[in-house]
Design a protein around this ligand. Structure first.
Ligand SMILES: [Zn+2]
Length: 179
């Protein structure tokens, strides 16, 4: 005889009991299952389901999941340039935003520079010698600034330097040999 789901008498007592239990408690059970899946995603370091596919980093860059490697937290302008070049960027290659708008990641707004070229480009009017902002900080302080989550204005006040100096350290344009 073909199985007929409406022939309830063919379903065991325990099965029909658990179906009734499910229907009575389905909202709670589904919520529990959802919470469990969310906890698993969190444990694996994945963003919550339904979260936006891109975000803006503390430094103002667009952050996305890498379309090829699937790695989270990638800077979109670097990914766009890698796709354009057809190869991964090297560690010393910087992708500069021509119009200075960090969220404008159209390929025509991006240019690759070496770390050194990029640093010279942004520092061309900066004071040199003993007036150079670097002279006011120790390597240890520069390292603290680089890893600090505080904003530039706060750090500038704390270390007695300009906010531009703080931002250059955070962008890796000065003190780039520290890590
Ligand atoms: Zn730049």
């Amino acid at each position: 005889m073909m199985y007929n789901m409406y022939m309830t008498n063919t379903i065991g007592k325990e099965t029909s009991k658990s179906i009734r239990y499910y229907h009575r408690h389905k909202d709670r059970l589904n919520a529990e299952a959802r919470a469990e899946r969310a906890a698993k995603r969190k444990a694996r370091g994945l963003p919550p389901k339904g979260s936006p596919t891109s975000s803006i980093s503390a430094h103002g860059y667009v952050i996305i999941k890498h379309p090829v490697t699937g790695k989270h937290g990638c800077r979109e302008h670097r990914v766009v340039m890698e796709e354009h070049l057809g190869r991964p960027l090297r560690r010393n290659e910087v992708v500069h935003h021509i119009n200075d708008i960090k969220t404008d990641n159209r390929i025509e707004n991006l240019v690759v520079m070496s770390l050194r070229e990029h640093s010279i480009f942004h520092n061309k009017d900066a004071p040199r010698g003993e007036n150079h902002p670097r002279a006011k900080l120790t390597g240890e302080q520069a390292r603290e600034i680089k890893h600090s989550k505080k904003n530039a204005a706060f750090l500038a006040k704390k270390y007695g330097v300009s906010t531009a100096c703080i931002k250059k350290i955070q962008r890796g344009e000065s003190w780039k040999h520290i890590d």
